[in-house]
Design a protein around this ligand. Structure first.
Ligand code: ATP
Ligand code: MG
Length: 428
């Protein structure tokens, strides 16, 4: 993409309404625009990051055998009356009427509708287990929408639902999803701590929230310090080993009962980026969902698995930035390479830039080419702000010696290399 043709409305000033760094940078980098409290437009740069997160989430789920569907955001209220949640959800659920005076709601989550799909088609135990998911917008009329897309009212969520004939099988799937979630967050460049969370009315201990540590997080978490070692790359554990490490949400952590010594316990703020939950028969009992088994009717057991896709974009920025801007992990970066032409109009610079741009574009490397007339200082600052993992800086002086500058956004390290070796490095 050539910057001269792109839509990248960068802000020079730090917006005063933004209290946390991800919100500030998302506004300054022209990623999002607020349209109403907790409701945002995703501008081109933001949308690229959001799409990348979505793709990674979907890819890992597909690998794990989950099957994607898409349910409507607007739903009739009958199903919610059937499950008993129509009243339970209160003001968080946005309700309205269509022209025929039929009541509709904007989906805050989708257990009821996925169960409706399930019961319409699945009649036999032979079709189970089944794990269906969608990635779609949700609306919750939060009391305090804040921190940009971190706590929005409209937000993009991956919501998954699994169906089983036995509780043991639902537990097996739960453990599998636990591991899949760690893989997803790892690919997003994050270390998420899976903390035991309150499983509410269902009892037991089978609910985990996946928390990314950040000072601005809204949750308080307690965890085994080995999670820090995993994050810092000093320790590598399998999913099963990780599941054995202590981690608990605020409401479940009782100091006197904590199974690990105090010196190994860490306390920090976290951002909840995902939540898995063994539902059991909570909804299938309420809605009477059975399949036929070899010896008669079997009540269906369920699990439910959520990921905050739009919140993740902000969480990644909270976890990875510096004073100059965002530092994207390569997997999520809207553009992997930022190409800076220090002297547009100069024949040599144009030629070298075109070669780099065309070669990388042909190989489908996402590249943003700053071909504008802005001063070099401004170009450097913009590229740092939007956080492309690699920058190639092309200037007339370097070209006299046949070199361009290759800069790593993460380390700040700059190397003078030939155009060929810059390309080889980025394509290698
Ligand atoms: P929270 O405790 O943050 O309000 P929740 O427990 O109500 O979240 P879930 O119903 O578990 O949320 O939803 C699944 C995921 O969706 C959460 O783990 C979170 O990442 C994301 N999410 C929930 N509410 C919001 C919101 N208002 N804005 C952005 N993402 C959200
Ligand atoms: Mg939750």
């Amino acid at each position: 993409m050539r910057l001269s043709q792109y839509f990248l409305p960068l802000l020079k000033e730090t917006p005063s309404e933004a209290q946390i760094v991800s919100h500030r940078y998302m506004l300054r980098a022209g990623m999002i625009k607020q349209q109403a409290a907790g409701i945002y437009s995703w501008l081109p740069l933001g949308l690229r990051a959001l799409d990348n997160v979505e793709k990674i989430v979907a890819d890992e789920l597909e690998k794990a055998g989950c099957v994607r569907v898409l349910m409507p955001t607007l739903q009739p209220t009958e199903l919610w009356k059937e499950s008993g949640r129509y009243d339970a959800l209160g003001k968080e659920m946005l309700r309205f009427k269509d022209r025929a005076d039929r009541e509709l709601l904007y989906s805050p989550t989708c257990e009821e509708m996925i169960i409706d799909i399930f019961r319409s088609y699945v009649k036999s135990y032979k079709a189970l287990p089944l794990n269906l998911y969608q990635i779609n917008w949700k609306f919750r009329d939060e009391v305090r929408p804040r921190f940009g897309v971190m706590r929005g009212r409209e937000f993009l969520m991956k919501d998954g639902y699994s169906f089983h004939t036995t509780l043991d099988d639902a537990k097996r799937e739960y453990s599998k999803m636990y591991d899949v979630y760690h893989n997803i967050f790892k690919r997003l460049g994050l270390t998420a701590i899976a903390v035991s969370a309150d499983s509410g009315a269902i009892g037991g201990n089978l609910s985990h929230e996946f928390q990314v540590l950040a000072e601005t997080g809204e949750s308080q978490v307690y965890y085994d310090q080995r999670f820090d070692d995993i994050r810092d790359g000093k320790l590598s554990l399998s999913g099963e080993e990780m599941r054995g490490l202590y981690a608990a949400a605020d409401e479940l952590h009782v100091p006197e009962k904590c199974p690990i010594p105090k010196e190994n316990l860490r306390e920090a703020r976290g951002i909840e980026v995902g939540h898995i939950f063994l539902l059991g028969r909570k909804y299938t009992d309420a809605m009477g969902i059975d399949v036929t088994g070899p010896e008669g009717a079997v009540r269906v057991e369920m699990g439910t698995y959520g990921i905050g896709v739009s919140r993740l974009v902000a969480a990644i920025i909270e976890a990875s930035h510096d004073d100059n801007g965002i530092i994207w992990p390569e997997s999520v970066a809207p553009f992997r390479v930022g190409l800076i032409n220090l002297r547009p109009g100069d024949v040599n610079c144009e030629e070298a830039c075109n070669l780099i741009y065309n070669t990388l574009t042909a190989k489908e490397v996402p590249i943003l080419y700053d071909d504008t007339d802005e001063r070099p200082g401004g170009k450097f600052a913009s590229m740092d702000l939007i956080g492309t993992p690699w920058q190639i800086i092309v200037g007339p002086k370097g070209l006299e010696r046949n070199v361009v500058e290759l800069k790593s956004r993460k380390t700040g390290e700059k190397q003078e290399v030939s155009v060929e070796s810059a390309l080889a490095k980025l394509l290698g």
